[in-house]
Design a protein around this ligand. Structure first.
Ligand code: NAD
Length: 479
């Protein structure tokens, strides 16, 4: 398969540079070829999105919703094929990838329903015979820039609310997820989505991303990716005074109090830290354990990790696949080397059971580093978690909050008072009790505090606030 752009309803294969995509589970296997766009493709997409926007916004919400329902049905029909392609492209274990595609279908249906839900408020006027109300109006053309780690769900949780609000979209996916993006656009092209409403441009962030953010006339940018890129995007958008949303990195903590139910807690820690090979922005990467139960907790964690199978992403029996790419393998590998030199490895899974060469990294938990150490402070984005001990609730919370990030945090306890206190004081956009740090549901707001986010929220009703402007309307209907 080859990547291609979808601009104004036409399929365009850029003539520029190309690169071969190999399967991270088996690097000898070619999955397809990427063709990289030039800035001119971005400007073409900008024109197509602008030309389509007025008519799209003038459809009723119900009519736009019908098209989103068609997109959901088309995706559901191709779910297995798309999940397998994404697994081969970026290494997410097939069971998880199926779940992600199913989430994409649910998101499309959820936002389709928004087409016929209330989109404003009646506001009493102090004057007589005045009808005053607020309503949402579209922003115009929205640039959507997405990472590779959720190649289906993240694009859809941006595109679906953007479209239902009456915007048109230029979507630039991550290089490592461009084949999946092409296939997703092909699936959506089977519906009655009008030409130019959704435009896909494949390419490198530093080449076409910059054209999209700094030169194209767009009305808003929704970005998910690293904090470094997000910061550049925020600066560019702020200087142009356009609306932006940046969802970025995390260093999420799970806190385990001494009264936690360890039988239930350990599987949640394992899943939070190692599903998707630790490549979730909400992955658990710090495990803060109350000293009194540290030893029994570690013993159970060791047993759980010893049973954790790493292998080819398409194998439904493995717990996690490889990391996504050679770059990821190298970056996570550097942290693994720091871990083996500066920390004590307390738990590690067996070697990958795949016979083939791939970017496999064994789930690893380490201890023995100070709270300020890079392993405790920097986002690894791989299957490596660090253990810290705390002398009680207050110290655990202090450690939990001692980070520049604030995406997700979890507490494990049986005590209701501790649970409520944690929900109050943990400095994170998503705070959970007796649940892993990952896995916030699509109908709930998603986003972070501190350096994890530009403080807007995605998903749920919150996304509608981002993808629209509020207009205050007033009419004096009798003098
Ligand atoms: P990245 O920042 O390298 O890339 C993200 C996207 O930005 C890609 O499409 C890339 O091509 C594009 N890009 C890169 N440079 C650009 C530029 N100068 N201008 C415009 N676009 C540019 O991130 P990644 O490696 O793809 O993703 C991993 C990161 O994403 C991790 O830090 C992870 O925590 C974060 N993430 C956050 C969330 C969240 O919701 N908070 C969710 C998933 C992933």
């Amino acid at each position: 398969m080859q990547s291609k752009n979808w601009i104004g309803g036409e399929w365009i294969t850029p003539a520029g540079g190309e690169s071969v995509v190999t399967n991270p589970s088996r690097t000898a296997e070619e999955v397809g070829v990427l063709r990289f766009s030039q800035p001119s493709h971005i400007f073409q997409a900008e024109q197509a999105a602008r030309a389509a926007q007025k008519q799209w916004s003038q459809l009723t919400g119900a009519a736009r919703g019908e098209i989103l329902y068609q997109m959901a049905a088309a995706l559901e029909a191709q779910a297995e094929e798309l999940a397998r392609l994404a697994s081969r492209e970026m290494g997410k274990q097939i069971g998880e990838m199926r779940g992600e595609v199913a989430r994409g279908v649910s998101l499309l249906r959820y936002y389709a329903g928004e087409g016929v839900r209330a989109n404003g408020n009646l506001i009493p006027s102090a004057d007589t015979n005045v009808l005053q109300y607020s309503r949402r109006v579209p922003l115009g053309v929205v640039a959507v820039i997405t990472p590779w780690n959720f190649p289906v769900a993240i694009p859809i949780w941006k595109i679906a609310p953007a479209l239902i609000c009456g915007n048109t979209v230029i979507w630039k996916p991550a290089e490592n997820a461009s084949l999946t993006a092409t296939r997703l656009a092909e699936i959506f092209a089977e519906t009655r989505l009008p030409a130019g409403v959704l435009n896909l441009v494949i390419g490198k962030g530093r080449e076409i991303g910059t054209a999209l953010i700094e030169e194209a006339v767009v009305d808003a940018v929704s970005f998910t990716g690293s904090s470094a890129t997000g910061r550049q995007i925020a600066i560019a958008c702020a200087s142009r005074n356009i609306k932006y949303q940046t969802e970025m990195g995390g260093k999420n903590a799970a806190v385990i109090l001494s009264d936690a139910d360890l039988d239930k807690t350990v599987p949640a820690i394992l899943s939070g830290a190692f599903r998707s090979a630790g490549q979730k922005c909400t992955a658990t990467s710090r495990i803060i354990v109350e000293r009194a139960i540290y030893q029994p907790f570690v013993e159970r964690l060791q047993a759980a990790i010893a049973a954790c199978r790493v292998g080819a992403a398409l194998d439904p029996e493995v717990y996690l696949g490889p990391v996504a790419s050679a770059e990821q393998y190298e970056k996570v590998g550097k942290y693994m080397a720091i871990a083996s030199n500066h920390a004590r490895v307390v738990a590690q899974s067996p070697e990958a059971d795949a016979a083939d060469e791939g970017y496999y990294i064994r789930p690893t938990v380490v201890e023995g580093v100070e709270a300020g150490h890079p392993l405790v402070q920097e986002e690894v984005f791989g299957p490596l978690a660090v253990l810290l001990q705390a002398d009680g609730f207050d110290e655990a919370v202090e450690l939990c909050n001692r980070t520049v990030y604030g995406l997700s945090a979890s507490l494990f306890t049986r005590d209701l008072a501790s649970a409520h206190r944690f929900l109050d004081v943990a400095e994170a956009g998503m705070v959970r009790v007796n649940q892993e740090t990952a896995g916030v549901e699509y109908q709930a707001p998603f986003g972070g505090m501190k350096l994890s986010s530009s403080h807007t929220r995605e998903q749920g009703q919150a996304a509608l606030d981002f993808y629209s402007a509020v207009k205050t309307c007033a009419i004096k209907y009798a003098w």
